[in-house]
Design a protein around this ligand. Structure first.
Ligand SMILES: NC(=O)C1=CN([C@@H]2O[C@H](COP(=O)(O)OP(=O)(O)OC[C@H]3O[C@@H](n4cnc5c(N)ncnc54)[C@H](O)[C@@H]3O)[C@@H](O)[C@H]2O)C=CC1
Ligand SMILES: O=C([O-])CC(=O)C(=O)O
Length: 329
């Protein structure tokens, strides 16, 4: 093992997503086989006993890339010197709830964790927010961490991106690896806009390959946007293994870069690109290189896309105003 260890914090580590996520990070899925990982796991006090059991299992895997594991309930201590913080811990929604219903319950968590990251994290920290409502939780954490550049925060829309790839592959008979340039715009919520007008299948425009606007409007977009609720209905619990997998994909690409000729979807702070109001955490098509993301510029936006991009921005503005009135930002 040639390199010095990377410190990775995971919050909500004893939860469903944590149980899929930790083993993959520990086995090198984010940083590769040559980089030792020090896991720093945050939980609420009553869940620390269960977390000890998860740590026993991590030990029992004997991963060569796992350097050490520390657990605790104090964010300031757990975030000390971390290079990557994956903020998963939050209450999940249950049947009949929208993710936005969690704003107040989960907002307080991200206020405290933003402050603790600001005080304790390493200078190069990257922060990925999975806990819902992910975009606005990232905004809350960012607003409470004034010394960390806002470009170091992102919220997870990679699961939506992966869902869109899988639905498009099923419709066209292509393999997911043949599809490039998928985009999720906006909020990780039912208003998100999965956009195939710039996507390519084997180099051909995906919307032209599909050639079925009714499928795009009535099938593809609602299936992707409401997939989380469909999983809750079927499983009785929200998505976990796929959410962990997307969290890994997002962190890996942010750290190591996106492949040439492709992009990914990440919710990042808007700089006004594509007319999206500045400052909200909005999912864009991005490329990553050298540990930094950049929003893909210059895409032509048709009227169909424009109205959907604006509706999901409007929802994020409402969420921002709601957390502002709660004093969270
Ligand atoms: N962005 C995305 O694509 C997705 C987001 N999610 C969200 O991820 C979050 C976690 O989901 P699950 O793991 O299924 O939930 P879970 O309930 O199984 O686990 C959450 C864990 O967080 C812990 N926790 C609560 N408050 C905490 C705090 N202040 N500090 C540290 N830990 C804390 C709980 O004790 C629990 O162990 C939920 O908000 C869920 O809605 C889930 C799927 C996809
Ligand atoms: O839908 C939920 O509440 C969990 C989630 O974010 C998803 O599966 O996309």
């Amino acid at each position: 093992m040639s390199q010095s260890p990377v410190k990775v914090a995971v919050t909500g580590a004893a939860g469903q997503i944590g149980y899929s996520l930790l083993f993959r990070i520990a086995s090198g899925a984010v940083f590769g086989p040559d980089t030792p990982v020090q896991l720093r796991l945050l939980e609420i006090t009553p869940a620390l006993g269960a977390l000890e059991g998860v740590v026993m299992e991590l030990d029992d895997c004997a991963f060569p890339t796992l350097d050490s594991v520390e657990i605790g309930d104090d964010p300031r201590h757990i975030f000390d010197g971390v290079n990557l913080a994956l903020l998963v811990g939050a209450r999940p929604r249950t049947k009949g709830m929208e993710r936005g219903d969690l704003l107040e319950a989960n907002g307080a968590i991200f206020t405290a964790q933003g402050k603790a990251l600001n005080e304790a994290a390493a200078d190069d920290v990257k922060i990925g927010v999975t806990g819902n409502p992910a975009n606005t939780n990232a905004l809350i954490a960012m607003s409470n961490a004034p010394d960390i550049p806002s470009s170091r925060f992102s919220a997870l829309t990679r699961l939506d991106h992966n869902r869109a790839l899988s639905q498009l592959a099923a419709k066209t008979g292509a393999g997911v690896a043949d599809i490039r340039k998928m985009t999720i715009w906006g909020n990780h919520s039912a208003t998100q806009y999965p956009d195939i007008f710039h996507a390519e299948i084997g180099g051909q425009n995906a919307a032209e390959v599909v050639d079925d606007q009714a499928w795009i409007e009535n099938d593809f977009i609602p299936t992707v946007a409401k997939r989380g609720a469909a999983i809750i209905d079927a499983r009785g619990a929200s998505s976990a293994a796929s959410a962990a997998s997307a969290t890994i994909d997002a962190a890996r690409d942010w750290v190591h870069g996106t492949p040439d000729g492709d992009w990914v979807s990440m919710a990042v702070t808007s700089d006004g690109s594509y007319g999206i109001p500045e400052g909200i955490v909005y999912s864009f098509p991005v490329t990553c290189s050298g540990g930094e993301w950049s929003i893909v510029q210059g895409l032509d936006i048709n009227d169909f896309s424009r109205s959907r991009m604006d509706s999901t921005a409007a929802e994020l503005i409402e969420e921002r105003d709601a957390v502002r009135s709660l004093g969270l930002i």
